[in-house]
Design a protein around this ligand. Structure first.
Ligand code: GDP
Ligand code: IMO
Ligand code: MG
Length: 429
């Protein structure tokens, strides 16, 4: 059995979607295990561009795709994303797509609360995607959530709705908002229920069956380790655990099923939303990285903050997530730079650190220590084999893997599916 778990090793948008899509043709099932439609995964196949937020990236190749229990699911968004992909010719039906029936729902009241809180926070806002992710996870942990399986029992939802609305009405009152309109919510749920229920099942069982039959399972993470609610730049994080360990709990398969952990790592660093970012460049170089890398968010269209590669952060992410090998993406964006820099340590209060501290003030206060390397002549864009890479680009890759203490398994050199160099096949670990 050779399964693969794909996670982002920075602040998200590392190119997970592209890599999952590339690997999906070799997998028998792809399962999303956390996050929700805050994710934005872009897949480029020839002339077609697919933008996925909630659906597993395996759906485009027609691979069995499952939304696991660890995901928070907005049923109305699901419907529109499916319609959009179908209009692009993607086939989605009950034989290639399933949703865990114990998945909690994101409701309009969650989106409301996300927006109200961000608005009230002013300059101190997290910069969320505004999709209700945090409030939906809070209700899951607070044992107030409405779940996919509840959609089949809407006539006996009274007690659950009492609990949920009591909580939200108090919060809404604090923001000067009217109580939740229960009847309207129930009507909306009744309308959407049949659409969601056609795909709902105890999906751990289907995964177990395919696993027993020797299938290769690909676990698809969203966001990145630095947005993890425990290990990330708290409180500027998302509300789920984004580390590889979540693949087990968020899919219903045990930790012995998660296999090779493939960390997706951008050849430089980006972040969208607020929070510390030691190697951020607010100058022309940062601007150039953003332009060359087309660094605009898929979900919100926001400009992503850009900076040099931070080996300290990625080494930490790889350690915390037990990364077996990385996929180094967007190497081509560094083409044409005379010099490239890598952060190898931090200075904080007269001390040198080889790790990222936990406290928000320390995270904001660290100063990066850089190592500078020559850039490369020629281009890596579109390279499909190691031999196509300029010697100096290979030196950069080798230095990265040395500093992060983790080997490179794949290199990505353009958005296009096939512009990928296989160094070590994660499925035959
Ligand atoms: P994800 O959230 O990790 O799936 O990443 P996103 O899709 O949000 O952002 C990555 C962006 O970079 C997308 O627009 C991809 O099409 C693009 N991309 C992925 N790999 C490469 C690469 O190797 N080179 C370039 N130039 N673009 C890439
Ligand atoms: P993918 O899967 C980048 C960020 C938001 C914000 C913080 C909390 O495409 O890599 P949330 O809406 O989750 O409560 O927002 O997390 N964020 C992401 N940043 N890529 C993502 O997903 C993200 N999902 C959430 O910008 O800073
Ligand atoms: Mg993204």
């Amino acid at each position: 059995m050779a399964n693969v778990t794909v996670i982002g090793a920075q602040w998200g948008d590392e190119g997970k979607g592209k890599i999952v899509d590339w690997l999906a043709s070799r997998a028998d099932a792809v399962v999303r295990f956390q996050g929700g439609h805050n994710a934005g995964h872009t897949l480029v196949v020839g002339e077609q561009v697919y933008k996925l937020s909630l659906l597993p990236s395996g759906i485009v190749t027609g691979t069995l795709s499952i939304i696991g229990n660890g995901v928070v699911l907005d049923p109305w968004h699901l419907k529109s994303e499916i319609a959009k992909l179908e209009s692009q010719g993607v086939v989605i039906n009950t034989s290639n797509f399933a949703i865990a029936d114990n998945c909690p729902l994101i409701l309009p009241l969650h989106r409301d609360l996300d927006g109200l809180r961000e608005q009230a926070a002013g300059a101190g806002k997290i910069g969320t995607t505004g999709r209700g992710i945090g409030p939906a996870y809070e209700d899951k942990v607070g044992r107030r959530a409405i779940r996919v399986c509840d959609l089949a029992h809407l006539d006996s939802l009274d007690a659950q709705l009492d609990r949920l609305c009591a909580h939200h009405d108090a919060l809404r009152a604090g923001f000067g908002q009217p109580p939740v309109d229960r009847e309207a919510l129930l009507t909306e749920l009744r309308e959407i229920a049949p659409f969601v229920l056609q795909y709902a099942e105890p999906s751990w069982k289907r995964l177990q069956t395919v696993r027993k039959a020797g299938a290769r399972i690909l676990f698809e993470g969203a966001q990145g380790v630095l947005l993890d609610v425990d290990h990330g730049t708290y409180p500027f994080v998302t509300s789920s655990n984004t580390v590889s360990g979540t693949a087990a709990s968020g899919s219903g398969l045990g930790p012995n099923a998660t296999g090779f952990v493939l960390g997706i790592v951008k050849a430089y660093t980006t972040r969208v939303g607020s929070g510390p970012f030691p190697t951020e460049l607010e100058d022309e170089t940062g601007q150039r990285l953003g332009e060359r890398g087309h660094e605009f968010g898929t979900v919100t269209g926001r400009k992503r903050r850009c900076g040099w590669f931070d080996a300290v952060l990625v080494r930490q992410s790889c350690a915390i997530s037990g990364v077996t090998g990385i996929a180094l993406t967007k190497l081509d964006v560094l083409d044409g730079f005379d010099k490239v820099r890598i952060c190898t340590g931090y200075r904080l209060g007269g001390k040198v650190l080889d790790y990222f501290p936990s406290h928000a003030a320390d995270q904001a206060g660290v100063e990066p220590i850089y190592e500078e390397m020559d850039g490369w002549n020629g281009t890596t864009a579109g390279a499909r084999s190691w031999a196509d890479l300029p010697a100096q680009a290979i030196k950069y890759i080798q230095r990265v893997q040395e500093l992060i203490e983790t080997p490179v398994a794949l290199v990505s050199t353009s958005p296009e599916r096939e512009d990928t160099i296989l160094v070590r096949d994660p499925f035959v670990d």
